[in-house]
Design a protein around this ligand. Sequence first.
Ligand code: ATP
Ligand code: MG
Length: 529
Amino acid sequence: MADYIYTMEIRLTPDQLKGVSLVQDIARSAGMNVYLTGGAIRDIISGFTIRDLDFTVQGNPLKLQKEVERAGAQVSAADEDARTVFLALPGNVRAEISMARTEKYEKTGKPPLVFPATIHEDLRRRDFSVNAMALSLNEGSRGLLLDPFNGVADIEAKLIRILHNYSFLEDPSRLIRATRFAARFHWPIEERTQARYEAAKEGNYIDHILRTSVGHEIAALAHEDDPLNVVKMLEKEGWLKVLHPHWTTAKVDANGLAHLMKTRQQMVDLGYAPDAGPAVMHFLTARLSDKDIADLRKQIPRKDLVDAWRDIEDHAKELAKRLMGKEAATPSRTWQLLSGARPEMILFLAVTARQQAVDQKIKNFLTKWRQVQQKIPLPEMTELLITPQLPEYPKIAQDVFMLLLDGKLRSRTETLKFLKPFAPPPPPPPPAPKRGRGKAAAADAAVAAGKKGNVKKGDVAKGKGKIAPAPAPPAPAMPAQAKPEVKSKPANAVQSTRHATKSVAKHPPKKAPPKKAEAKAKAKEKNKR
Ligand code: ATP
Ligand code: MG
């Protein structure tokens, strides 16, 4: 049987995994059974990007809000009717926790009646077989996959299949969802599902779509990897105008969008995790009127997305202004500034910057300046014992990088000259091998050596007085021109700068070889014999 916990662990990002633990622990302590469900399971099994985490609890997730906030998550929206909480977990991880429920559709176009239910019942109200699976995160059954509609088989067959014949009638937003998933995965719609889909189209079921579902589907576009392709498919099927009557592919800034997605990938490859959602919405609606955009925003349930989309241009302008000012007068200062900026803003500005200087600085930050990191002479630094084990290492590496960026260290020789004063003293030679009654001799030696320090024989046995720490050598003075004005980390090249303020004087303590004491002990031994 497949080990789904293992699959989950290797497929989720470290931040997503932490998010799973966070929600799992909070639900457990509240006494609620919790499952990872929906698209998260589909994507874990199919190998596609896992864009958000869907949790289902047996109980009311609204009660968990305070706890999740205390654990560092932000609640971006809460749907009291559907008992669903939308979260931004630490590290830009989108998630939602919904109540396991059954839905009763009484009237077309009216929201269903919702009842708390078991996870098994909950899976039956879902849209497609590939989305109707749950992975238990509960003690005793953790890792158990519930797959009542054979979703795994449909993932293998790459098919989108509804769970029953009334699916599109009950919730016409599933027509849009089916098109969206077909466009995203390039999976066909299963034959009988396709027949129901066509019948639903003929019967204009879509006229009964709920406003909340429209908002959900608008927001979903923000997180597609190829949003233009999805929008084109929605338009072809007649669903884009359902999301907004004036929305067409002609209203999309296709070039801007393509540039955005390319830059996003470039940033991901460099280890950033920008949330492209707000910028995607900006380009998808670039040629819509302000009023139409305001209409679209009003329907989106996640207010964090709406706010970020609304503010993106202003925030980018602020960053552009700073990049034109004193704060970014040198490459090293620009590096500092951009290292501290939100990756979302860098991404957006990379595509939209009007000033050539700003554009160039961002380009350098993402490409040319990273190559400067290769000029840091790591092998020579290792030879000089300037290694990550030194507490001051991050600061030294940081300083070298900044100086290289600004062209203040122009050759390897200059760089090594700068580095040499930071080299710690070499470690002491290994202690001479002990022979015979070495322990006693060493103890006597230590007593002799440690007279001032009150070392007793018993202490030596406990390992107390073995090494007499030498006083730390004086701090090597930093070359005046090398004193950095800046402190943030050059990504990839060096470690965290958390210790950057620590004094460079802190070298590891030197072992004092207890030579005299050893000789004395040997003489004593001789006399005894
Ligand atoms: P995505 O990768 O876009 O997030 P998803 O399948 O996870 O896709 P969500 O909108 O996050 O979609 O919804 C989570 C889960 O909730 C879905 O997988 C599905 O099981 C269920 N769901 C969402 N919308 C509907 C719906 N209209 N009808 C039935 N089930 C739905
Ligand atoms: Mg999802």
